[in-house]
Design a protein around this ligand. Structure first.
Ligand code: DX5
Ligand code: ZN
Length: 233
């Protein structure tokens, strides 16, 4: 099954509990939380106290994407707050600190993910692949919702899928940024099995219907359902 992880970056921050519930009603699998510090990326979003409140408002797994400097200093706080998956940027830390952080996340019984900017090559992830539960491929430059997907990043998804098959790695492959109902099937065909979508989910009048439609589309793409040329899929 292909999973959908709606990103609340495009939800209404005054009504996050309601918006997560609408996503759940439509069949969302995870809730994607973008943590930004104004240093690793230009934008500032939420910290651990908000995650702690969101934890009480949903049973869905919280998929936390840390776009912050020194993320290893904060993983304890996010785990205590109730994060289920914690994804770090490979550019944020050197090898030893990154390995220690991944081990600490897994030792706490949480899932550890690693991600990379569009300009960072997949080879920078190779030393860690056997330790990971998830690899997140940024399909836009991290920092903002509502951007256009960078098509070249799809090659990374295919490469990570082949590495997974060749070496028996078990990580999920998540794609994040600029994904909508027109291009989502392409990402699934490239090898992604978790799709993040912010604006394409929450900038809809009827969020549950949008999530249901997205999930149907992902399931068709997984089954290899034929798509009409020009249908946008
Ligand atoms: C960008 C974030 C994304 C963002 C995606 O830095 O990592 O998760 O919310 O938003 P859309 O789907 O609108 O591109
Ligand atoms: Zn994200």
């Amino acid at each position: 099954m292909i999973k959908l992880s709606p990103s609340i970056l495009s939800a209404d921050y005054a009504h996050l509990g309601r918006d997560m519930e609408l996503a759940r009603q439509g069949g969302a699998d995870y809730i994607h939380l973008d943590v930004m510090d104004g240093r690793f990326v230009p934008n500032i979003t939420i910290g651990a106290p908000v995650v702690q409140s969101l934890r009480k408002a949903t049973q869905l797994p919280l998929d936390v994407h840390l776009m912050i400097k020194d993320p290893d200093r904060y993983i304890g706080a996010f785990m205590d707050a109730g994060a289920d998956i914690i994804t770090l940027h490979v550019e944020a830390l050197g090898r030893q600190r990154l390995e220690n952080a991944i081990k600490a996340i897994r030792a706490a019984g949480k899932k550890a993910g690693l991600t990379l900017r569009p300009s960072t090559p997949v080879k920078s992830l190779v030393p860690y692949l056997s330790m990971l539960d998830l690899v997140l491929v940024m399909t836009v430059e991290p920092g903002f919702g509502g951007q256009k997907l960078i098509p070249e990043t799809l090659q990374k998804i295919s490469l990570l899928r082949s590495l997974c098959e060749d070496h028996g790695y078990t990580y999920e492959i998540e794609a994040d940024g600029g994904i909508n109902m027109e291009n989502a099937a392409t990402l699934v065909r490239a090898g992604a099995n978790v799709i993040v979508a912010g604006s394409a989910v929450f900038e809809n009048e009827d969020v549950p219907a949008a999530v249901r439609e997205f999930k149907r589309l992902l399931s068709d793409a997984e089954g290899g359902a034929p798509t009409e040329p020009g249908s946008g899929a």
